[in-house]
Design a protein around this ligand. Structure first.
Ligand code: ZN
Length: 499
């Protein structure tokens, strides 16, 4: 056996253990009896320990070195070279961070999380403030280990979006903001009212309806399943087992549908990764932003398109003939595209979503580089909310305390949501050029041509290349740009609002 073969086997073992932990986590969020929690925590802790041991085993590092020596002449885009590059990067990053700091971060995050939950319940930021201070301090210590950099934000962002920098984000967001803020005002001023008929939509019927749509879209129920959970998510346990969950609201049937289509987008990506990459860390998305681009593409560019509702409305009405007897495809399409500047990110629409992200990005940068003090953060949040969205939170719970990310010590994560939105639009624009009759096929309920395009261009590559290289290879693009995103929104809303 060559060193590379042994290295792949070692990766396979780690991957199997990670998937086993993921399966236990999926069970915990779906079917686990409530009192089983202590047992589950013990199992997950044990597995995390075993995985960490395997990853940091000196034998594993030696194997990597030997495989590198073997691979001196291998093609730079071969699976072998790509896997070695990825493992070398992971090991180098890991080796820079002292175990003590890792422990401190984990401990601080665990304490911060419960403090955050309590603070949010009481809408009182001061209860969370010392924890945020501590996490920021630890994250600064973490970032410094990766010096030199242009911005202290860069090493943190790199954990989610390899190679992407604050400087690039600044340019991207400034461009986006210039276009988006006036567009939002125009839409809000001229948008006619539209809503889905108010009624009760039975849970069983909603699930059956959604499953039929997921089938049509291309979700493979022989390699996955859909269940219910408090927060919808996608979890993969291998290329042949990618599961999604949804949350049903009897009075809001479109919420579960679109959230399921979103998760389905993540799942289609995970199911479409090349089998050559199976049981390696390359059997993943190219980055957080890339993963989100696939879910947003299906949710927003397919699920909120006029063509999609041409297909979907008759299906919807078949399940809810009474509730929808006076409705139309045009009406439901308008309802799913209704824009409103609201306070809560997770409830925001396609137009305002990125503004919520810019707010968080600016806050994170200022907090990390020390130009904003933690005690002044709630007021800064509220001012930015007013400036970007035109709405001001009445209290900290609907302002600065609304998201979980900072309580986990995660800074640099939020921008990947906006990157996902922009990449989704860029991918759609490429599909429009390369897939014949794209919209006409979707209107007929034929999603195959689009899925084939995504499989061929994006999914199959997995995490084989860096995000920038993936962008080049999949979309023939040099950078992420907001142009397509803005153009598609303008096109849609000029039709809805008549401007
Ligand atoms: Zn997502």
């Amino acid at each position: 056996m060559t060193a590379y073969e042994r290295l792949r086997e070692a990766c396979g073992v780690i991957r199997d253990l990670e998937h086993t932990a993921a399966l236990l986590d999926w069970d915990q969020q779906t079917f686990m009896p409530v009192n089983a929690e202590p047992d589950r925590v013990a199992q997950l802790t044990t597995l995390a320990g075993v995985i960490h041991e395997k990853q940091t085993d000196p034998g594993f590092a030696r194997l990597l070195e030997q495989a590198e020596a073997e691979c001196r002449d291998c093609a730079p885009d071969s699976v072998q070279a790509c896997l070695i590059r990825r493992l070398r990067r992971d090991i180098e990053k890991q080796s820079k961070v002292p175990v003590d700091l890792v422990k401190q971060l984990a401990e601080a995050a665990a304490q911060a999380h419960s403090a955050w939950a309590g603070a949010r319940e009481k809408a009182q930021f001061s209860l969370f403030a010392p924890h945020l201070e501590r996490l920021l301090d630890l994250r600064r210590q973490y970032a410094v280990l990766f010096a030199p950099y242009e911005s202290i934000y860069d090493p943190l962002l790199d954990n989610f979006e390899e190679g992407f920098t604050a400087k690039q984000l600044d340019i991207l967001f400034a461009d986006l903001r210039r276009n988006l803020v006036p567009l939002l005002r125009r839409i809000i001023d001229s948008q006619p009212p539209a809503e889905c008929p108010k009624a009760v939509y039975g849970e069983k019927e909603q699930l059956a309806f959604i499953n039929e749509v997921l089938h049509a879209v291309g979700y493979d129920f022989t390699r996955g399943r859909q269940d219910q959970s408090a927060h919808p998510f996608t979890n993969e346990f291998g290329l042949n087992d990618v599961r999604i969950t949804t949350r049903i609201f009897p009075e809001m049937p479109l919420s579960a549908l679109l959230s399921s289509i979103h998760e389905c987008g993540h799942a289609l990506y995970a199911m479409g990764v090349s089998r050559e990459l199976d049981r390696t860390p390359l059997a993943d998305g190219a980055s957080f932003g890339f993963h989100e681009s696939q879910s947003r593409l299906w949710e927003n560019l397919v699920g909120r398109s006029r063509a999609f509702w041409e297909y979907c409305f008759p299906v919807f009405r078949r399940y809810f003939p009474e509730q929808l007897k006076n409705a139309s495809a045009e009406q439901i399409w308008r309802a799913v595209n209704h824009v409103e500047a609201t306070l809560i990110r997770t409830e925001s629409d396609e137009v305002t979503y990125n503004l919520h992200i810019m707010l968080r990005y600016e806050m994170e940068k200022e907090l990390l580089n020390g130009t904003l003090a933690v005690k002044d953060a709630p007021a800064a949040w509220n001012a930015k909310s007013m400036e970007l969205l035109g709405v001001e939170p009445a209290n900290d719970a609907e302002g600065i305390l609304q998201d979980i990310h900072w309580s986990m010590g995660e800074f640099g994560y939020f921008p990947t949501y906006a990157i996902g939105n922009l990449l989704a639009a860029q991918t759609w624009c490429a599909a429009e050029k390369q897939v014949p009759d794209l919209e006409a096929e979707i209107a007929k309920g034929n999603f195959r041509p689009l899925l084939d395009f995504l499989r061929r261009k994006v999914h199959v590559l997995g995490a084989r290349f860096t995000p920038a290289e993936t962008l080049r290879r999949s979309l023939d693009a040099e950078e992420i740009k907001p142009d397509c995103f803005i153009r598609l929104l303008e096109k849609k809303y000029s039709r809805i609002c008549g401007f």
